[in-house]
Design a protein around this ligand. Structure first.
Ligand SMILES: Nc1ncnc2c1ncn2[C@@H]1O[C@H](COP(=O)(O)OP(=O)(O)OP(=O)(O)O)[C@@H](O)[C@H]1O
Ligand SMILES: [Mg+2]
Length: 228
């Protein structure tokens, strides 16, 4: 067995709010192998988003560590951390987090330009991804001029355009009706398959949780294997 692509060890997160300590993550361990498709379910407030943010280096743990390819992400230099977020990990959020002042095409192309890709090449690649998520006809629209499902497809294309090794999706269908949610999920799964990436998906929806190849439940800051 090769090294896990992500190894989470003894992860704890504590927030201090108005002098009150909240232990949100209480020692989470998880080995994620290349190509895994992991789903995490669990009640509101259990710590799922906090966990995903720390794995994606959007937040720091209080204790414990996240290793990406055997390197502690906390020890990344600023450059390495930016590259990790922009190229190695693709984040998909419940509320899309698109850049409102930029159109669909610009939103999708942004990670390529940040990486320093030649503009002509970036345009070509963004056009391809636009096609894949079925939004070729919405190229010049601003996010506010799109439906929720369309915005989430833009967010998927943007998250995946750099072909990240790991996709972190936090309730990506939570804000959509069941049919649109299913379509959006199918796009994520299709992209995941195309890129042979690793997927960790947080969801409230038992039907979505059930399709994970490895299924976990987070309860009160602890992660449990849902199979056992
Ligand atoms: N920046 C913060 N400061 C203080 N407390 C926080 C902060 N972020 C999260 N929390 C607390 O941590 C707990 C877990 O939050 P988190 O967002 O991880 O839950 P969740 O499992 O994703 O819930 P949901 O299913 O509702 O999205 C909550 O009680 C929340 O109030
Ligand atoms: Mg959450």
């Amino acid at each position: 067995m090769s090294e896990p692509i992500i190894k989470v060890a003894g992860l704890k997160k504590r927030f201090d709010k108005d002098g009150v300590e909240i232990n949100v993550l209480k020692g989470v361990n998880l080995d994620v192998n290349k190509g895994d498709f992991i789903t995490i379910m669990g009640p509101s407030g259990a710590g799922k988003s906090t966990f995903l943010h720390i794995v994606g280096a959007l937040d720091r743990p209080t204790e414990g560590e996240v290793l990406f390819r055997n390197r502690n992400v906390q020890t990344f230099t600023e450059d390495e951390e930016s590259r990790f977020r922009n190229e190695k990990v693709g984040f998909i959020f419940q509320f899309y987090h698109l850049l409102q002042d930029f159109n669909v095409f610009e939103n999708i192309m942004m990670p390529l330009l940040i990486k320093g890709m030649d503009t002509g090449e970036a345009i070509k690649k963004a056009e391809g991804f636009l096609e894949v998520v079925g939004l070729a006809g919405r190229k010049s629209h601003k996010p506010g001029e799109l439906s929720g499902g369309e915005q989430q497809r833009v967010a998927i294309a943007r998250a995946l355009i750099n072909e990240p090794e790991v996709i972190l999706a936090d309730e990506p269908t939570g804000n959509l009706d069941r049919k649109t949610g299913r379509e959006v999920l199918d796009y994520i799964l299709m992209m995941n398959e195309r890129l042979s990436s690793t997927l960790i998906l947080v969801t409230h929806d038992p039907q979505v949780g059930a399709i994970g190849k490895r299924r976990f439940t987070m309860v009160d800051g602890e992660l449990f294997d849902a199979e056992r």
